[in-house]
Structures are given as structure tokens and as C-alpha cells.
Design a protein around this ligand. Sequence first.
Ligand code: ADP
Ligand code: ZN
Length: 516
Amino acid sequence: MESVLKQYFGFSSFRPYQKEIIEQILDGRDCMVVMATGNGKSLCYQLPPLITKKTAVVVSPLVSLMQDQVMALKQRGIKAEHLSSAQTDSSALSNAENGEFDIIYMTPEKASLLPTSFWSTLLEVGICLLAVDEAHCISEWGHDFRVEYKQLDKLRNVLLGVPVIGLTATATEKVRLDIIDSLSMRDPHISIGSFDRQNLFYGVKSFNHGLAFVNKLVEEICKYVESASSSIVYCTTVKDVEQVSNSLLKAGVKVGMYHGQMSNKAREESHRSFIRDEFYVMVATIAFGMGIDKPDIRYVIHYGCPKSLESYYQESGRCGRDGVASFCWLYFTRSDFGKAEFYCREAKSRDQREAIVKSFAAAQQYCMLSTCRRKYLLQYFGQNSADECGNCDNCTTSRKENDMSREVFLLMGCIQSCRGSWGLNMPVDVLRGSRAKKILDAQFDKLPFHGFGKEMTANWWKSLGNQLISNGYLIEKIDDVYRTLRVSPRGLQFLSSCTPDYQPPLYLRMTLEVIG
Ligand code: ADP
Ligand code: ZN
């Protein structure tokens, strides 16, 4: 194995997990490979054909990625080919059938269009594995479900005895099990690498929405461009892509665009120019996705809160594949948090709707975090890390801890005294002394907390509320898309003891005692 690795790839040793995975494949065992981007998953399916002299079939969703890989493999003297779905060239097909190629790539559509006779011939001639790259696309629980992937299961019955390898960079346990199930894997060997991308810095900034937001963003991006670093700016809508790239153009920055409303040709050209460093900043929707094999991307900037941490991890993971220190910045505005409805359009069932709302809530938590962001991300993917990372904004900026006992008391006390099911808006409006109809109707203008927090803006209070949620003082319950809050036992303890720094007026304390 080592000599083949050296001969074709020039590497003198395997990276963690590669060898054990390849050994399992050679043994004919199905494998589920979950490893962070850039850890060398591709090698796991590229090496076995060179050892066994049988063909490897690789299913991958993105044509441009396959073309790049084929080109790179050919340069190493490996016989690789891409069977496109449009391809009419029957010689490529019969060459493939005759086992002429070490590796053939195809999209899932192509795989399901090929006749059974193709597969049975290939089976006779020799096929060493079926690799399903970006395997999370098969799961409806994943963040990038593609219906064509569902067809792949059928190949299983044709390719009897051929090991199936599922590969992905993101998978929560649920998605992982779904992949195993959907590909009918039998007792697969499971390798889960670390999710920690140590060279990536994680940071978040919040802004008020509107033009000022874009201007601020543009100002910061200009700094990155000065250092000639490749960056991707992810926007949530095509409109934002256009607005941000126009503003950058006005500021004299050469940018490229990529979104689903552009023609295939325009998208491919844009991708290619980016790879060739013809411009440094790509402004895109998440349609600019898988298979961006550019190793030296230094900044991945999210303009707007992403829809889930799975997609955030995947998108930000395109940064720094070469291992050099790189930066993942997320810019959000509170109005992003109202987008759950928008994402729920994709849901086909109540369960899915709940899953979407939950994933989105975790992304919001990430935005509001005041503790180590890496630790939170890793924990989300089921990997516990003991310490603060020292390479995220919360770890590196020593915040001057303002004493906010008074404000914390007011907000939690107000939530406690607005009995019933409310989100953050109602208690914040009460604190700010609103006389809106909903407040008068509920007689909340008579609460002792009414008007006690006028000096702070509603956004300020909401941001405090979110921090209290992420620190466990408040508990947020999400039912469908509605969110309700209550004070946690930890919060109650705070309210009853109050801190030595802040002794609230006696009547406020008494109100709370009455409420209990
Ligand atoms: P992934 O598919 O997991 O994102 P890739 O397969 O694209 O990662 O590999 C990332 C980089 O690591 C590539 O440039 C690849 O050539 C390199 N690489 C893979 N395996 C090894 C190895 N054993 N030794 C050195 N470099 C490797
Ligand atoms: Zn950290």
C-alpha cells in the first residue's frame, strides 16, 4: 500500500484513518467515512483501484469537481474518466465497461440512467468499490438533500459483493445513520475523524440591518483584499449577492458572483476564474458549494445567519484547506432570526419542520454565544473538547465584564411576572414601558416592571435575553415556529438570591416572591 501511495501520489505516509479505511475496502467491507474537509477522504477510494487493478466507481454531485479530480488524476498517470450525463461518446462508455479505467466518476443521475447491462459487465470485468461522495445528500435530514441520491440504493442489488463507501464532511449521528440505512450498508466500518479544524479562526459580528451593514462589511472585505487573500462571501439571497457585489465593485474591488439564477455557463466561468485567482472575492449563495477545491481560501464570510450549523460548518470549512491560518467570520443582524418560516418551506412533514426550526435555533445560539465558539461547534457534532480553543473571537477578546446584575434581574423578573407563554418581545416591550394594545389588554402596564428598562433599546434587551438563553438562565421552547421563554432553575436561583452588587427595590423583589 505504501509503495503504491508513493508511486502515484508521492506521499510517504498515510494520514490518520486512511490506511484502516483502505484495508477495510480491500477486505470487501462497506465503509462510512466522516472526516473534516481537507483531511484526505478522496484518497480512500482512489488508492484501492491502483492496488487491485479493478475499477472504482465514484458518484459525486458536482460536474466541475469531478472534472478537476479527473484532470489531477490523469496528471499522476492514473486512468480516470468522467461519464457525463450528456455524453454521447459511446467509446468512453465501452472503455469503461471493458475495465479500461482505474476510476470512473459520474453524477447520481448518470448512475441511475446507465443500463443494468453496463453494471453487470463491469462487475464481471472487475469493480473494486462504489464510492458515494458527499453522502449526506442522500439524507432528508441533511442540509443538502438531493433526490437523485435516493436512486443509488438500487445499484446495491446489481453490484453484489462490491463494497460501498459513503463519504461526507458533515454528519450528525442522525444523518450518519440515515446514510447507512439509505445505502443499505451491511455492518459498515465507521470512521469518524475529528471535526476540529485547528487552523480556522471563528468569529461573529452583529450589525443593524440595512445599508450601513453592507458598508461595514465592504470596508472589512477591502482589508482582506489588500492582502490578496481569496475570500468567499456567502449571502442568503440572490438579492443580497447582487447588493454586496455591487457595493464591492463601487469600492474598487474585483469580485465574482455565483448563484442559482445564473446560467450554468456563467457559473462555471465564475468558478474557474476564482480558482485561477483572476479575482479574489467570490460573492455567492450557498449554490456555490461542494467541490470548491481551492486550498488557499483565507476568509469565508457569512452575510446573514446560516440556516443550520451543519451548513455553516460545511461552508466555513472551505476555508484554509491547505492548513494555513484562515478566518471564518459570521455577520448577522437580529432580523435574520425571523427566517425560520422561510426555511420551513422546504419541509415535507411536521417532523422535518421541527428539525429545520431546531437546526436554525442552534445556528442562532452560535451567533449569540459568549463562550468558545469552537467548543460549541464541536459539541454540536458530538465531539467533546475540554478547553477553550484560544482561536475564536470569544477566546481571544478579553471582554470587560460589565456588571449587568441589574439588567439581568429586570429582564428575568419581567419574564417571570408576565405569566403565560411569551417570547422575548412581550417582556422587552413591558420593560420599555410600551402601551401597545396587547400590553394594555393583558394589563401588563400594571406590572411593577413596566417601564423600568426605558434607557436601553429593544435590540439591546433582546440580545441580553439571547445571552441568558445561551448561558442557561432562560429556557427557550420551540413549538413549531413559535418560541416561548421561561426562567430556568438556575435563573430562579439568581432571582431569589440577587447578587450582592444589585439589590433590587423591595417591591420588585416582593412581586417576584408572590409570583414564586
Ligand atoms: P477531502 O476530500 O477530505 O476534503 P482531499 O481528498 O481533497 O480532502 O485531500 C486534501 C488534500 O490532502 C489534498 O491536497 C491531498 O492531496 C492531500 N492528501 C491526502 N492524503 C494525503 C497523504 N497521505 N499525505 C499527504 N497529503 C495528502
Ligand atoms: Zn474558542
